[in-house]
Design a protein around this ligand. Structure first.
Ligand code: PLP
Length: 400
C-alpha cells in the first residue's frame, strides 16, 4: 500500500483541476497579451480563474490579487518591497515576524536585518502559538510591517490572525500573513481579518505547482519585484501562466466546496490516527487539537530518531515528514520543537503526518500498524532509550 501523509509539503492535483488546465497546453496556448484569436481564447477562462481566487479569500474587486510563481516569491515580494518603500527611505526601520515562520519569511527578515532593519522575532507559547498581545507589545511608531503566518506548517497550529489584524489596524501598521497552510483548511476572509497582504500557493490545496499569489489591499500596493511588462496590472511582469491561473482558480473553488469535509471528516481520520499514536507510550504532541487545522499531527516518539522513523515508513510505502532539513552527517531537530524549548532528544523525534481529503480510513489503519511496529523496532535498537514493549502509560502531555 502507498499512503501519502505529507500534504503540508504538497498535494495531489485534483483531477477536476487537471482537466480544466489541460486545454491551455496544446490547444488554447496563446499569450493573453497578443492580438489574435489564440490570445482572446484565454481571456474568459483567465477572468473566471481570477474571480474564483478573489472569491476564495473574500477579496473585494478593488483590491489586487497578483499571480506569482509560488508562495516563496510572494513572501519575498512583501519583504523586499517593504525594504524599498519604507526602510531604505528612512520612513520606518522595524519589522515583526514570529520565530516559527516559514524559511521564505525568516530568510527575508534576516536579509533586511543585514541591510540595517531591526527585526523582532516573536516567541511561541508552550502550545506552539504566537499570542496576539506579544505583537501589540513590540509595535512602535517605526514598525513598517507585522508578518505572522495564519497556520504553522509543522504543527498545524492556527495563529490568532483576526486579533493580530485588529491590533495592526488600530496601530496603523501593515499586516502580512502567510496563509499557505490555511487555504482549504480554515475559512479565509481578508476583510474580516483586516489583512493588508496575504500569501498563498496553489500546490498546497490540490492545485498545480509553480503558481502562487499575493493579495494586496487597495492603496497598499507594493513596488513590483519583477519589472518588465504590463501584466497583472503592472504589479508583476512576465507572461501569464494561463493554465496555472485556471488551475489555481478551480482548486480554490474546490477547496471552498470541500472545507466542511476537511474540517469534519478529515479531522475524524486525523483524530483516530492521533488517538492511536498517543496510546503508545512516550509519545507527545505539542498543540492541542482544537487549536490546530484538521489535517496535521506533529508527534514525537521518545527514543526514535525522526529520520529513522521516516525510513521505516518509507519502506512500507508511507510518506510523512520530519520538518527538518536532513544533512547526512548532522540530523537537525524540528525548528518548532526547538522554539517551544522541547528537550533536545524530543526535538529530534518529531514526525509530521499531514492528511488531505484524499486520505482514506483504510490508509489510516495501515499507518497505525506500521508506526507501532516501527516505533517498537527502533526503540528496541536505541542506545539511549530504556526499551519496554508498548502498552505502558505515557508519562508526557498527550495533546488531547
Ligand atoms: N509558507 C509556508 C507556510 C509553507 O508551508 C510553504 C511551503 O512549504 C511556503 C511558504 C513556500 O511555498 P512555495 O512552495 O509555494 O514557495
Amino acid at each position: 500500500m502507498r499512503v501519502y501523509l505529507d500534504n503540508n509539503a504538497t498535494t495531489i492535483v485534483d483531477p477536476h483541476v487537471f482537466e480544466e488546465m489541460e486545454p491551455f497546453f496544446v490547444q488554447k496556448y496563446g499569450n493573453p497579451n497578443s492580438l489574435h484569436q489564440f490570445a482572446s481564447d484565454t481571456h474568459k477562462p483567465l477572468k473566471e480563474g481570477m474571480q474564483k481566487i478573489y472569491a476564495g479569500i473574500h477579496a473585494p474587486n478593488e483590491d489586487s490579487v497578483v499571480i506569482t510563481s509560488c508562495a516563496t516569491e510572494s513572501n519575498n515580494w512583501v519583504f523586499k518591497s517593504i525594504y524599498f518603500d519604507y526602510i531604505l527611505t528612512g520612513r520606518k526601520n522595524h519589522i515583526i515576524i514570529s520565530e516559527v515562520e516559514h524559511p521564505s519569511v525568516i530568510a527575508c527578515a534576516k536579509f533586511l536585518e543585514s541591510k540595517g532593519c531591526k527585526v523582532t522575532y516573536l516567541p511561541i507559547n508552550s502550545e506552539g502559538i504566537v499570542e496576539a498581545h506579544t505583537v501589540a507589545a513590540f509595535i512602535t511608531d517605526k514598525t513598517a510591517l507585522v508578518s505572522i503566518m495564519w497556520v504553522n506548517n509543522e504543527t498545524g497550529a492556527i495563529f490568532p490572525i483576526h486579533e493580530i489584524g485588529e491590533i495592526c489596524k488600530a496601530k496603523g501598521v501593515l499586516f502580512h500573513t502567510d496563509a499557505v497552510q490555511a487555504i482549504g483548511k480554515v475559512p479565509v476572509d481578508v476583510q474580516a481579518a483586516n489583512i493588508d497582504y496575504l500569501t498563498m500557493s496553489a500546490h498546497k490545496f490540490h492545485g498545480p505547482k509553480g503558481v502562487g499569489a499575493l493579495y494586496m489591499k487597495k492603496d497598499k500596493e507594493l513596488t513590483p519585484l519583477l519589472h518588465g511588462g504590463s501584466q497583472m496590472g503592472g504589479h508583476r511582469s512576465g507572461t501569464l501562466n494561463v493554465a496555472g491561473i485556471v488551475g489555481m482558480g478551480k482548486a480554490m473553488e474546490q477547496a471552498a466546496d470541500s472545507l466542511d469535509y476537511e474540517m469534519h471528516d478529515v479531522k475524524e481520520m486525523r483524530d483516530r490516527l492521533e488517538d492511536a499514536l498517543l496510546a503508545m507510550k512516550d509519545t507527545f504532541v505539542v498543540t492541542p487539537r482544537e487549536k490546530r487545522v484538521a489535517n496535521t499531527i506533529l508527534v514525537s516518539f521518545r527514543g526514535v530518531e525522526g529520520e529513522a522513523m521516516l525510513w521505516d515508513l518509507n519502506r512500507a510505502g508511507i510518506a510523512a515528514s520530519t520538518g527538518s532539513a536532513c544533512a547526512s552527517e548532522d540530523l537537525e531537530s524540528n525548528p518548532v520543537m526547538e522554539a517551544i524549548g522541547a528537550e533536545a532528544d524530543l526535538a529530534h523525534t518529531a514526525i509530521r503526518f499531514s492528511l488531505s481529503r484524499y486520505t482514506t480510513p483504510e490508509e489510516i489503519d495501515y499507518v497505525i500498524d506500521v508506526v507501532r511496529t516501527a516505533a517498537d523496532r527502533l526503540r528496541g535498537i536505541s542506545s539511549s532509550y530504556a526499551y519496554a514493549p508498548d502498552g505502558h502509560d505515557c508519562g508526557l502531555s498527550t495533546g488531547h
